[in-house]
Design a protein around this ligand. Structure first.
Ligand SMILES: O=C(O)CCC(=O)C(=O)O
Length: 200
C-alpha cells in the first residue's frame, strides 16, 4: 500500500484488496435496488454523463434549479443507510469526530466523465471528503482552488481511496475519462466511485 500526496490530495493506492472491493459491490447491490441510479440534470438543462444515487441522511441532487443535498431520491424514497463496510473506511482514514451524512454513488459508463468542479455544497469545509474507486480505471485530474491554471492527473484504479481534506478540500477535481473494461470487478464494465461527505 502506497500513499501519494499530490497538491494536498492523499491518494491511498490499492487500499482495498480485491476481496474487500468485491464485498463493497455486494453491499451496494441492495442500495442500488432501493434507490436506482438516475442521470441528474444540470442548471443549463443538459444531463450529466455520470449516473448516480446516494446512501445516508442526504443525497446529492441536481436539476434545472441547481445542485443541492436532499433527503430523498427523485422518485420519493428515503436514501438507505450507509453500509458499515463503507463507514469503516471513513473511520480508518479520516481523523474526524463526525460520520459522513452522504455516500454519493457515481457510476461511469463507457463515455462518462465528470468535469472539473469544487465540492462546496457542504456546510463545514473542515471535514474531509473521501472517495473510493471501484471497477475500471479513471483518469483523475486535480487543479487549484480557483478555476484554471495548471493541473495534474493520475489514473485511479480499483481499490484506490482519495482523501481530500485540508489544503485540498476546495480544490477543483474531476474525471476526464475511464478505461472501459480495464477491470473485471463489474461484470458489465464501468467505474463506481463512492464519495463520502459530512453535509451539515
Ligand atoms: O469519480 C471520482 O473519482 C470523483 C467524483 C467527484 O468528484 C464527485 O462526486 O464530486
Amino acid at each position: 500500500m502506497v500513499m501519494l500526496r499530490v497538491r494536498g490530495f492523499e491518494i491511498h493506492k490499492s487500499y482495498l484488496s480485491l476481496q474487500e472491493q468485491q464485498a463493497l459491490i455486494e453491499v451496494l447491490r441492495p442500495v442500488l435496488k432501493a434507490v436506482p441510479l438516475f442521470s441528474p440534470t444540470v442548471a443549463s438543462g443538459g444531463k450529466m454523463s455520470v449516473r448516480m444515487t446516494s446512501a445516508g441522511r442526504y443525497g446529492w441532487y441536481s436539476d434545472e434549479q441547481g445542485h443541492r443535498y436532499q433527503a430523498h431520491h427523485p422518485k420519493g424514497q428515503h436514501w438507505p443507510e450507509i453500509p458499515p463496510e463503507i463507514l469503516n473506511i471513513w473511520r480508518a482514514l479520516t481523523q474526524t469526530d463526525r460520520e459522513p451524512e452522504c455516500c454519493l454513488v457515481n457510476y461511469y459508463g463507457e463515455n462518462a466523465r465528470m468535469g472539473l468542479h469544487q465540492d462546496r455544497d457542504e456546510a463545514d469545509f473542515s471535514y474531509p471528503v473521501l472517495s473510493i474507486s471501484l471497477g475500471d480505471d479513471g483518469l483523475y485530474r486535480m487543479g487549484n482552488e480557483t478555476r484554471g491554471g495548471k493541473s495534474e492527473s493520475l489514473w485511479l484504479n480499483s481499490g484506490d481511496v482519495v482523501v481530500m481534506g485540508g489544503e485540498a478540500r476546495l480544490k477543483y477535481h474531476g474525471v476526464d475519462r475511464i478505461r472501459f473494461k480495464s477491470s473485471r470487478l463489474l461484470p458489465k464494465g464501468g467505474r463506481i466511485n463512492l464519495t463520502l461527505r459530512v453535509v451539515t
